[in-house]
Design a protein around this ligand. Structure first.
Ligand SMILES: [Zn+2]
Length: 491
């Protein structure tokens, strides 16, 4: 968690950090590096809050080779510290402005001081993978003779490859056979997960990982990827509750404000989505044809996406979920129109598909929610505020809300109004300006969910607030209409 929060631009409140810590504990993480107690008052408060929560996991604070850092950790009442002191000449010279002997002395003093005060000490020789191997081993030896409990030599700037990771840790394991070693791999070359797995294969017992691979620069090894690889590729009986991985990833993304890339393994939006006709046809008869990971293992469901690559089987599966049952001829016509839209470069949302299907099947387009009135006030010395008047199946709902900006205020007002009848959640929000310029039409795509059902909808308007509201209402209409009563007539 400490390294994850060091993601540029991320800063969490103590309460948010506690929420994440509780979830990490729930999924079965052994050690939680809650923060850097000496960093600020807020960090101290956060680390303390987590340490006092009585979680099963060992709670750890980061500390540099500075007495004040160890004192701060003690004050925060953590179980352990991750004590990081540079071991590479480049860090010793340019960061610490010391020499090797002084660093060995500092290591001895800090480890002894922390041990004397009852802390578990995990020693981290910083920038270990760019250090002189002989000196690194000497430093580790000093830390162990001073009482360090575990040693995690970090790949601080992410320069290892899987082969070198294996050699590096095999060598250390041979020199220190009775020491618990850990791996802390950074993702600068996109190899953090591969390197972590190589380290574990070399006999390392502990892996530092972060949710969604967050962390400094390109981040750290992603917990979800390491865990699922260990479980499915290496058949390791791992105690992490994998079915909670997705909700954990969403929680961290929401609290940090760092979105998950769509093609991210395990937790990305597209990781279990299928559009191609060939793929969806095969998956519908046997999921393992195009899925290496059963989605339910990581708490997800398979999703079919409609687009120009979609085939009849995939489109039918989505339509059936919407409660629509077109005949064969109707399905053929729907597919033609979907492909035509896709060929024009448009993203085909669920709301588009439904509108096409309804017009082909010839059923009246049912829209339970109609926008009757919307007022948004925004400016320099005013809190963005929106009031909305909706007609929901003949019932008038009036609500007002504030937000960080006009779009947020309008969406909040609509959500508040609709929440009185339906628990609908906004999962994602994307804006694209179709052309450049301030008078461009903007396209807003939203992803909404109600219970297990997730749908996408789009709004297009030259006013960004109206485009957002249109997308939101179109999506809500899709989620709220029960189509099972519609039976198709032949086309
Ligand atoms: Zn790091």
């Amino acid at each position: 968690m400490r390294d994850g929060e060091q993601t540029p631009g991320v800063s969490l409140t103590p309460e948010e950090k506690l929420l994440i810590a509780k979830r990490l504990d729930e999924i079965g993480v052994d050690v939680i590096e809650a923060g850097f107690a000496a960093a600020s008052e807020g960090e101290m408060e956060a680390v303390k809050l987590i340490a006092k929560e009585g979680l099963k996991a060992e709670i750890c604070s980061f500390a540099r080779g500075v007495k004040g850092d160890i004192d701060a950790a003690l004050k925060s009442e953590v179980d352990s510290i991750f004590l990081v002191i540079p071991s590479s000449d480049i860090h010793i010279k340019h960061k610490l402005k010391k020499n090797r002997d002084e660093v060995l002395k500092l290591t001895e003093e800090c480890v002894e001081y922390a041990k004397d005060h009852g802390l578990i000490v995990e020693f981290g020789p910083e920038d270990a993978t760019r250090s002189d191997l002989g000196f690194l081993k000497e430093m580790i030896k000093v830390s162990l003779s001073s009482g360090a409990d575990r040693v995690t030599p970090p790949d601080t700037v992410g320069v290892l490859t899987p082969e070198r990771t294996y050699e590096f840790f095999s060598d250390l394991k041979k020199t220190f056979p009775n020491t618990v070693l850990g791996a802390h791999c950074h993702n600068d070359f996109g190899l953090a997960v591969a390197n972590t797995l190589a380290a574990l294969r070399a006999g390392v017992e502990e892996a530092h990982v972060t949710i969604n691979g967050l962390g400094e620069r390109a981040g750290n090894a992603a917990l979800e990827e390491v865990v699922v690889a260990l479980k499915l590729q290496y058949n390791v009986n791992i105690s992490i509750k994998t079915d909670l991985l997705y909700v954990t990833s969403l929680l961290v993304s929401r609290l940090t404000g760092v979105p998950i890339q769509p093609n991210k393994a395990i937790v990305g939006e597209n990781a279990f989505a299928h559009e191609s006709g060939i793929h969806t046809h095969a998956i519908l008869s046997e999921p393992s044809t195009y899925e290496a990971i059963p989605p339910e293992i990581v708490g997800r469901t398979r999703r079919f996406v409609v687009g120009k690559h979609a085939g009849a089987h995939g489109v039918m599966a989505v339509l059936e979920e919407m409660g629509l049952n077109p005949s064969e001829n109707q399905l053929r016509e729907i597919l033609l129109r979907v492909k035509a839209l896709g060929d024009k470069g448009k993203r085909v949302t669920d709301a588009d598909l439904r509108a096409i299907a309804e017009s082909v099947i010839g059923i009246p387009q049912i829209r339970p929610i109609k926008l009757e009135e919307l007022t948004v006030v925004t400016g320099d010395h005013v809190t963005p505020t929106a009031s909305v008047r909706l007609n929901v199946n003949g019932k008038i709902l009036i609500e007002a809300a504030t937000g960080v900006g006009p779009v947020d205020a309008a969406m909040n007002a609509i959500r508040k109004a609709v929440a009185t009848i339906e628990p609908i959640r906004l999962e994602e929000y994307h804006v694209n300006a179709i052309t450049g310029g301030t008078n461009a039409v903007v396209e807003v795509i939203v992803r909404l969910s109600r219970g297990d059902r997730v749908i996408t909808a789009m709004g297009a308007h030259e006013d960004i607030v109206m485009a957002s509201v249109e997308a939101m209402i179109s999506g809500m209409n899709l989620l709220m209409s029960n189509n099972n009563r519609f039976k198709s007539k032949d086309f």
